[in-house]
Design a binder for this molecule. Sequence first.
Ligand SMILES: [Ca+2]
Ligand SMILES: [Ca+2]
Length: 487
Amino acid sequence: MKNRNTLLCCLLISAFAFSVLGCQNKNSGGDDTPKEVEIPEVTDDLEILDGVKFDYDKAFFDDFSQGVDYNKWIISEDCWGSNKGGLTVKNLFFTDEGTLLFRATGNYYSGDEIRGYGQVKDGRCTGASLVSKFITGPGRYQVRMKPFPRLGACTAFWTYSNRPVAGAENDNHEIDIELPGGMHHGIHSFKYMMNTNYVTEKYMDNSDFKIADVTGNKIINLNDGNFHTFGFDWYTNPEVIVYNVDGIVTCVSEIFVPYLLTRMWLGVWISYSDAFMGPPNYEADFMEVDWVKYIPFDNTQPYTVCDVDQVSISTPRENYPTVPTSRPEVNKIANGDFEYFIRKGKQNDYGWEYEKFLTDQSPVEEVCYVSATDGKDGTAGAVVKKGGYLHTTVDAAYEGYQYDISFDGKSDGADSVMEVVYYSSYTPDTNPIKSDFVQIHNGDWENYTKTITCPEGCSCITVEFYNNSTKSTTSMAIDNVKMSRSN
Ligand SMILES: [Ca+2]
Ligand SMILES: [Ca+2]
């Protein structure tokens, strides 16, 4: 349990603590001060506790319209969870629409522009993160963002303060908003979210809840492609954290409430374990952040001063992104052009499953494989003959989500098809709820398109290519498979 002596100490030094916070701002010469002028009006209806006021003089707001300010933020160039690829500035972009894009690469990333840290060094399983250069304490924390839309990468907004204790475990203080959630329910889903606060590394209050249940069905899926405002109000007197989304309270915690000074953290990263957020089975995608806001509470809310030095390694200033980019269109299909085969020299492990139907007698390598030259215009592509079964999975695709699918194909048999299969489970199981088909009938290359809408109850889909022909020589080639959100 929390050490009451420490808490008492915290209360006694509260006045001093606030003066230190002020001092740090002043001593920084304006460089790492959180003092920003234009605080937008608090747009949600969340009230603060009676007797508590905002300290607007020390408030911080960043809309990222000019990218990432070196004086305000560390951009992590670091390794967290050493069995994955860490964090890098190469995954951070700012757009001409005044937002930040945090890219995370997954298991199927096959590019060569990123170098990872930790055990995975080829660019797979990397993320991006910002850490505030300024110190924060109790107050209102908010971020307006579109969470990273795929399973396997943790979208997070949090505080973190960790100090060593001689002869004992570290004194770890954290307040976390993390998604997707669901791990405590045996699933991974953007219908769920986690709100967690720690005092020490052992004691935490962890809520892993279905969002619709706590918002009265106002928000169903947090990767719906819309911006959402996530936040928490952190009080120390009384000890309570009020987590919220779009102004709706999602969770209230009154145990293990941190009291150490801290920093604001924000990013997307790949966990050390797939059990946490699911497997990162995608090529790359983006979390998008519009703004962050921190408004300290007044001196009714005490805290304990400590060295908040446990921060991330920063990329050098010259590597901070300086040129805005336009928002890229994300292909939800990993390695849809099959060129990974040229770069990596191997068929498997990059998103496509090359299989055959159990009833077929031919060896799988003869009926379903990637070819260096049989794709469109002599590039790499997939070949699927009678009995072959080529497929890939896109997770976190929920009811009402619309996608444009396109691909280049040619087939010498009329029974060659692309099938989109919809599942209610978070990974494909044996009980699909619906299918859509496109017939591939042209002996010459043709571009095929289909707009699909995920049916009620959908959680993931597979995109599959096979043929039902009785002709043993029937063959099709597939290339440039794309799937992007269109609503
Ligand atoms: Ca913005
Ligand atoms: Ca190709």
